[in-house]
Design a protein around this ligand. Structure first.
Ligand code: KG4
Ligand code: ZN
Length: 342
C-alpha cells in the first residue's frame, strides 16, 4: 500500500511516500527554521503563510524523488494535530482537496503518536508490550503500549515539555532557535557537575515530569535572583566556559531525570522494549545515558531523519491505523489542537 503523508503541524512543511508502513520512498522536508530564527521561536502567522507557499512544491519534489505518479497513491494521510491551528488547517485542507479530487481515501493521524511510531520504523519488528517515550518541543510523555494504537499514559509533564526547556535555556544563553542542538553542542565543552540543577518531582506522581523549576533555576543562576525573565532582550553576562558548563549541567539534569523515570516505569510495567521519539531523541548524550543505564531492555530510536518533525512517520503510522480502523476518515474531520490525546 503506497501512502502519501503530509505534515504541517508547526514549522516543517513535509511530504513523504511510504510503502506498507516502513519502506520510505521519499521523506521531503522544508524547514522554516531560518524564517523564525530572528523571533527566537515559531511565529504562527508566518508559519501558515510559508506552508501555503511551500506545500505544492514540496509535494512535487516528493513525487519526483519517489518516481511515483499521484495516481499510484492508495491513501492520503495528514497530521491532524496537535499543533498550531493555522498550519494544521493548511495541511488538512490540502490533504482533503487531494483526497476529494483524486477520489482516494483520507485519514488523519495524531502527530505525537507518529513520533512514537517513528522509533518503530527501523528494520526490527515492533515488540509489545513496551514503553514509549515522547520527547519533543511540545510534549513529554511516558506511555505503556500494548500494541500500535493501544496506549496508557503513565507519565507526562505538568508544565514545560523537555524540548521547550532546552529552547528556553538556549534563549537565556543567547543561543539561536532551535536551542536543543545548540545546547547539545555547547555542553560538549562544559562540566556537567559545575552546577547542581534539579528537575522537578511531582508530588504523588513519580512518573510525571516538571521542567519549569529547572528552567527558572538556570535563569537565576545566570542573571541573579532579582532579575525578571519578562525582559526579552537579556544579554547573557557569562564567559563561554561558564555558558558551556550551564548547558552541560542543565542537559545532564534534564536527561538523567528522563532516564531515571523510565527506569522506574520499567519496574512497574515489565516491557519487551523501549521506543523513544520526538526531536530530543536525536540527542547523543540522551542515547548514551539510556544505553548505559538500561543495558538489558532493547532500546529503539527513530532512524536518521525521523526524530524531528517529518511526514514519513505520518504515512508510516497511517498504514496501521487505516487497517485497524477499516475505513477512511470523513472529509469533515477537524484539526485537533488540544495537547493530546492518542
Ligand atoms: O519533535 P520536534 O521536531 O517538534 C515537536 O513536535 O515539538 O521537536 C523539536 C524540539 C525542539 O524543542 C528542539 O530544540 C529539540 O526538539 N531538539 C533537541 C535536539 N534536536 C532538536 N533537543 C536536544 N538535543 C538535540 N540534539
Ligand atoms: Zn513533533
Amino acid at each position: 500500500m503506497l501512502i502519501l503523508g503530509i505534515e504541517t503541524t508547526c514549522d516543517e512543511t513535509a511530504v513523504a511516500i511510504v510503502q506498507n508502513g516502513k519502506e520510505i520512498l521519499t521523506n521531503t522536508i522544508h524547514s522554516q527554521v531560518e524564517l523564525h530564527r530572528k523571533y527566537g521561536g515559531v511565529f504562527p502567522e508566518l508559519a501558515s503563510r510559508s506552508h501555503i507557499e511551500r506545500l505544492p512544491s514540496v509535494m512535487k519534489m516528493a513525487l519526483q524523488e519517489a518516481k511515483i505518479s499521484i495516481a499510484e497513491i492508495d491513501l492520503i494521510s495528514v497530521a491532524k494535530g496537535p499543533g498550531l491551528i493555522g498550519p494544521l488547517l493548511i495541511g488538512m485542507n490540502y490533504a482533503k482537496a487531494l483526497s476529494w479530487g483524486l477520489e482516494k481515501p483520507f485519514i488523519g493521524i495524531n502527530h505525537v503518536e507518529a513520533h512514537l511510531y517513528a522509533a518503530m520504523m527501523g528494520p526490527s519488528p515492533a515488540l509489545f508490550p513496551s514503553l514509549g517515550l515522547v520527547l519533543s518541543g511540545g510534549h513529554t510523555f511516558l506511555v505503556f503500549m500494548q500494541e500500535i494504537g493501544s496506549y496508557t499514559i503513565i507519565g507526562s509533564t505538568v508544565d514545560d515539555a523537555i524540548g521547550e526547556a532546552y529552547d528556553k535555556v538556549a534563549k537565556m544563553l543567547n543561543l539561536p532557535y532551535p536551542g536543543g542542538p545548540e545546547i547539545e553542542t555547547l555542553a560538549l565543552q562544559g562540566d556537567p557537575r559545575a552546577f547542581s540543577f534539579k528537575p522537578g518531582q511531582v508530588k504523588g506522581k513519580p512518573l510525571h515530569f516538571s521542567f519549569s523549576g529547572l528552567k527558572t533555576n538556570v535563569f537565576y543562576t545566570i542573571y541573579g535572583q532579582n532579575s525578571s525573565s519578562s525582559n526579552k532582550d537579556l544579554i547573557c553576562p557569562l564567559s563561554l566556559e561558564e555558558k558551556s558548563s550551564i548547558a552541560a549541567s542543565f542537559q545532564e539534569a534534564a536527561l538523567q531525570d528522563v532516564v531515571t523515570k523510565t527506569l522506574l516505569a520499567l519496574e512497574h510495567y515489565p516491557c519487551q522494549a523501549i521506543y523513544i521519539g520526538g526531536g530530543v531523541s536525536c540527542n547523543k548524550r540522551l542515547r548514551t545515558l539510556f544505553s548505559e543505564k538500561i543495558p538489558t531492555t532493547p532500546l529503539f530510536f527513530p532512524p536518521k531523519g525521523l526524530s524531528l518533525d517529518n511526514a514519513a512517520m505520518i504515512a508510516g503510522l497511517a498504514f496501521h491505523k487505516y487497517q485497524r480502523q477499516e475505513s477512511a476518515d470523513s472529509l469533515s474531520l477537524e484539526p485537533e489542537t488540544r495537547p493530546l490525546l492518542l
